[in-house]
Ligand binder design. Sequence first.
Ligand code: ADP
Ligand code: MG
Length: 604
Amino acid sequence: MTIRILPSGLVNRIAAGEVIERASSVVKELVENSLDAGASKIDISIEQGGKSAIIITDNGKGMSAAELPTAILRHATSKLPGEDLLNINFLGFRGEALPSIASVSRLRIVSREKDAENAWEITVDAGEASEPVPAAHAPGTRVEVRDLFYATPARLKFLKTDRTEANHVQDIVRRLAMAHPYVSFTLTIDGKTVLAADAAQGELLDATAKRLGALMGRDFSENMLAIATEKENATLTGAVSLPTYNRGTSTEQFLFVNHRPVRDRLLLGCLRAAYQDFLAHDRHPVAALFLDLPPEEVDVNVHPAKAEVRFRDQQQIRGLIISSLRRALEEAGFRASTTVAQATLQRFSTPGIPGRGSGNVSHFAETAYAYQALPPQAGGLFAGNAALAPQARLVEEALETLAQQPSPALQSYPLGAARAQLHETYIVAQTADGLVIVDQHAAHERLVYERMKQQMAEKGIARQKLLLPEVVELDSASAQQLLTRQEELSEMGLVIESFGDASIVVRETPALLGEVDVQALIRDLADSLAEFGEALALKEKIEHVCGTMACHGSVRAGKQLKLDEMNALLRQMEATPHSGQCNHGRPTYVELKLKDIERLFGRS
Ligand code: ADP
Ligand code: MG
């Protein structure tokens, strides 16, 4: 066996394996370099998913002829003036990107400092660098990466289709552009400009809001809650969606720490926890959140691509994020997303015969059709005088209801004045400029649920002593992790204590869970703590029980309501936070504006 020091070309290729996974990693590193160089305009262009070319041009501070050969050396950086890895003020600092990229592709850099007479150019072919030669270029830097991974065919094979790789590039450019609103960005894919964001002006919060609007679309702007909180030395800004505006995947969650895009599990866990009882498991909020804190409070040097970070004070960060999102959701009150009405209108205007629509619509339409086709029940409407009486009373009541004009005062409430109940399930209310349809069961269930939550918050969750304390064997890491959250768990009704190194003993459980499988509960909890840093498993169980109790304790679909009962329900909804959606992120009401209804009938 011979131990040898590896040649630097090979070392760089090994490093490239970590830093440069695919075309989008090249784009990320190069754009970050441009941002670090103080550029206010960055143009990105790729061809064939980045495999044949990635070209980044910036108007930053540029490099001199003397700096160019150093820039492509490993561990060469201008961004760590001292020795302090906890005081990082640039996006880069590892000095790895350029040598890594150079070792797996053909690289050309043309750069000119602001006051220099001309630009200088350097080329590197699979790690072999040329001498710098004079070139023509505007102040700033242009980096061209061609034939990515031609020097590492194994990696080349792992690349997906051009389209997929291009999507990854677009995603990272979007993220970087969100975090840097004062910089203008363009992204061109195979000659087509797919993203163009002009530099925003003004104060940072406004500039960021403008940039988010430009990048995330109007729907998001209409359905978002703005976040701006400050606690001790940390700030959280950005926007999150209303629960009813949700997605099937978490790809529309953009998180940033000190303006660095991250996919950090702690942060994703916080987001999940904040929406925990507003969304079903498989639905995800849309979010763009910027967490800013002093550099010494966060370690960004835990991941070669810097996608994950470590916080010095995790609890503080969790507290800040969860409480500010919860507050924003609370302030949203009963608001449900505007997209709900749009979706409703689309259903309305689905043309064609019942049963011939598409997807769900056709299914529902067919059921409705089948119902009508049933023969009238024997002993139905006209069966005899005795049976007629209640029907007649109903008709009378209905006529009375219709005769009552809603008072203008009631109409000015957001959810309007109740006018009628349809199918003993839906409340129809008239607002100043439209109509509202409420699902009475879903709405009331949410009201009962919110009341239960409030009571629990005020009085705490009742606990129940186990006759025999139960020992749960885990591994020592899981056991320790559970024990660090002892206090929080006991507030939720679960009392645990340490029992040897790798076990814990459970003494009390939340009374409302009744008899519970302690072993399974603790294991689920340990998993959710490990995965999200959150005691979601317990919260979800409690939520589920509350949800079930709320469901049983609320007015059913099919129950007749009087007008004043309906109005009371509407007023309660307006006064109760989170009443615009059920526990699964579905809306409890739909609002249609008169102008939309007019559109349906082709009146405008
Ligand atoms: P790092 O960004 O971690 O310092 P890189 O390998 O990405 O390492 O870059 C090495 C050095 O090259 C940087 O520290 C910087 O001084 C210089 N550099 C790279 N890209 C640019 C650019 N677009 N404009 C000006 N200087 C740059
Ligand atoms: Mg860099």
